[in-house]
Design a protein around this ligand. Structure first.
Ligand code: GTP
Ligand code: MG
Ligand code: NA
Length: 300
């Protein structure tokens, strides 16, 4: 495929954070779904991928001036429960960019710090969603509003609580050696981590978060988002679907003749019972030795 700065593939974005900070709920808000309430004990136990085509993103951001160069965004949800370090590690290894979700009422928690380590080890750019702003006492919601105009409508006491909690979070990030700033004060995306206040319940700040992701990927990562001709693929999930047998991977069943990069794809094929989530997917070409490639996958 051609390598062209104007022809970018969809970035892969991973959502990481401590348990119950609202990762799945934020995705539910964007998708207009209700996955979170269907989860056992409200706990995510697997990696899930959702593809947002650019047209779906546009309807969520409501800014006519925004220019879109990416065809869409593939978002990977991960569990925050402490026992799923392996899934967080797998999710973060797949992504170009990440959203680290922090509960504004709790600040940085153990799995926030673990997620931070994963992101720094892989030098993955990320933004921080300071979620659950609606839980601040006296918060008056304006559904799906942009954050700054919502904040302007709050009482002085709520604004002060917000400033207080934000300062504490900034301090906690500083203790981890990171410069965190509210995204609208961020003048240097390469040096500072952007904080975007959100509520997955009222939708406030969610348009800001999406805009920030789109801008960050387009401005800072276009080199890494140009199409590559080699396949880079990982098995996310192995599951049995009636009528299809054992399938691998995720998302709704759509029949494709050809797929362009960064899509969640469901594969139906014989012998998939033996597929293992987390392993790589390789393509056997005419000049390849199948046994050699098999050894390569097994060595992971
Ligand atoms: P794990 O995947 O299990 O780590 O949790 P999660 O980070 O995906 O959090 P989840 O979406 O399961 O939300 C946890 C709880 O917090 C649920 O009861 C949500 O309804 C609630 N919640 C999430 N976001 C918000 C928010 O912005 N405001 C309020 N008030 N509650 C929220
Ligand atoms: Mg979840
Ligand atoms: Na949860």
């Amino acid at each position: 495929a051609a390598r062209n700065k104007e022809d970018l593939r969809s970035p892969i974005c991973c959502i990481l954070g401590h348990v119950d900070t609202g990762k799945t709920k934020l995705l539910d808000k964007i998708r207009q779904t209700n996955v979170q309430e269907g989860e056992a004990g409200g706990i995510t136990q697997q990696i899930g991928a959702t593809y947002f085509p650019v047209d779906a993103i546009k309807t969520k951001t409501a800014d006519g001036k925004q220019e879109y160069k990416i065809p869409g965004l593939l978002v990977i949800d991960t569990p925050g429960h402490e026992s799923f370090t392996n899934l967080r590690s797998r999710g973060s290894s797949l992504c170009n960019i990440a959203i680290l979700v922090v509960d504004i009422m709790h600040g940085l928690e153990p799995q926030t710090l673990e997620s931070l380590r994963l992101l720094r080890d892989r030098k993955t750019p990320f933004i921080v969603a300071l979620n659950k702003i609606d839980r601040m006492y006296g918060w008056q919601p304006t559904p799906d509003n942009d954050f700054q105009s919502s904040l302007a409508k709050q009482s002085r006491a709520v604004q002060r609580e917000f400033e207080d909690r934000t300062q504490k979070t900034i301090l906690a990030f500083a203790e981890q050696g990171l410069n965190a700033v509210l995204y609208y004060d961020n003048k240097n995306f390469a040096r500072n981590v952007s904080l975007v206040p959100t509520s997955a319940i009222t939708g406030e700040g969610v348009p800001d978060m999406i805009m920030l992701l789109v801008n960050l990927t387009q401005e800072r990562m276009s080199d890494r988002l140009m199409y590559l001709s080699e396949l880079e693929c990982t098995v996310l999930e192995v599951k049995v679907i009636e009528g299809l047998g054992t399938t691998i991977d995720i998302s709704a069943y759509v029949h494709h003749k050809e797929v362009k990069a960064a899509l969640g794809v469901k594969i139906v094929a014989p012998d998939l019972e033996k597929a293992i989530a987390g392993s790589r997917l390789l393509v056997v070409g005419p000049d390849d030795d199948e046994d050699e490639l098999m050894d390569e996958v097994m060595s992971d």
